[in-house]
Design a protein around this ligand. Structure first.
Ligand SMILES: C[S@@+](CC[C@H](N)C(=O)[O-])C[C@H]1O[C@@H](n2cnc3c(N)ncnc32)[C@H](O)[C@@H]1O
Length: 248
């Protein structure tokens, strides 16, 4: 997987490449990431990349030419496994399903970050394959969104996470939240780690984890449960949880 991020603030994005798991994945050659500044491609004087808005309005819009040329530089010939994405509050909201789809269907993502008042609409009309939003709020730029998408996709690449199992149990790999997890000490300020987790009994631990994952989902994100393919055991555990709640 190769991810190109187009940003007027490359240092901001570069800092993300230079840390922790992403840095290790890049160093090990498991993925490639690069940041390109549209300002390096502008044909306008004084490295101009934005201008006032036709018809009036406050602020400046990023112009087409530097963005189109920067995209054509990182993607000279577009194939079916290349995807040009424009980060925009108007896009569909990003989620784990979308991350899976991007990882499965494409080898090269080009993520365009807007800034200022936004981007000339022709980028959306004639350059981007799709728009993605990272939530119903407006940010100052697309950089955080590009990092969110890159991070979520990177975690799916084999070997990027040290322990491949840890991705599979994360919240949202199934539409269910992750069970509570604890580390040492077993007693902190009198708050104890559940006994079963110290028992070494694998079947009991697995049952407890599934039940607590269901409980957390029911409490925090009940909307997810309608999308979960429940086993007979899940249904039994959920019934137990509901009885326990009634008894409280
Ligand atoms: C200040 S915003 C522009 C907002 C634009 N005027 C509007 O109302 O839709 C500047 C840039 O930040 C990025 N951005 C802002 N909010 C975002 C969000 N929720 N998801 C993804 N990108 C976002 C986009 O790239 C956008 O072009």
């Amino acid at each position: 997987m190769k991810i190109d991020i187009l940003s007027l603030f490359p240092e901001f994005v570069q800092a993300f490449f230079d840390q922790s798991i992403i840095k290790r994945a890049l160093d090990a050659g498991r993925m490639e990431m690069a940041v390109t500044n549209p300002r390096d491609y502008t044909m306008y004087r004084h490295r101009q990349v934005d201008d006032t808005i036709y018809g009036g309005g406050a602020g400046m819009l990023m112009m087409c030419q530097p963005i189109f040329d920067a995209v054509h530089h990182v993607l000279p010939e577009k194939g079916t496994r290349d995807r040009v994405i424009f980060l925009s509050p108007a896009g569909k909201t990003f989620n784990q399903e979308k991350a899976k789809e991007l990882y499965r269907d494409y080898d090269h993502l080009v993520l365009i970050c807007g800034h200022y008042e936004g981007v000339d609409h022709r980028v959306e009309e004639y350059l981007a394959d799709e728009l993605i939003s990272i939530g119903d709020y407006v940010l100052t730029g697309g950089e955080l969104g590009a990092m969110v998408i890159s991070d979520a996709v990177a975690r799916m690449i084999p070997g990027v996470l040290g322990d491949a199992g840890s991705a599979a149990t994360d919240s949202f790999y199934e539409p269910i939240l992750e069970y509570p997890q604890y580390t040492k000490p077993a007693d902190y300020n009198g708050w104890k780690v559940p006994e079963v987790l110290l028992s070494g009994h694998h079947a009991n631990i697995a049952r407890w984890r599934r039940k607590e994952a269901l409980r957390r989902t029911l409490e925090c994100r009940p909307d997810l449960l309608s999308g979960l393919k429940m086993t007979a055991e899940d249904k039994k555990l959920l019934a137990e949880i509901k009885r326990e709640k009634e008894d409280q």
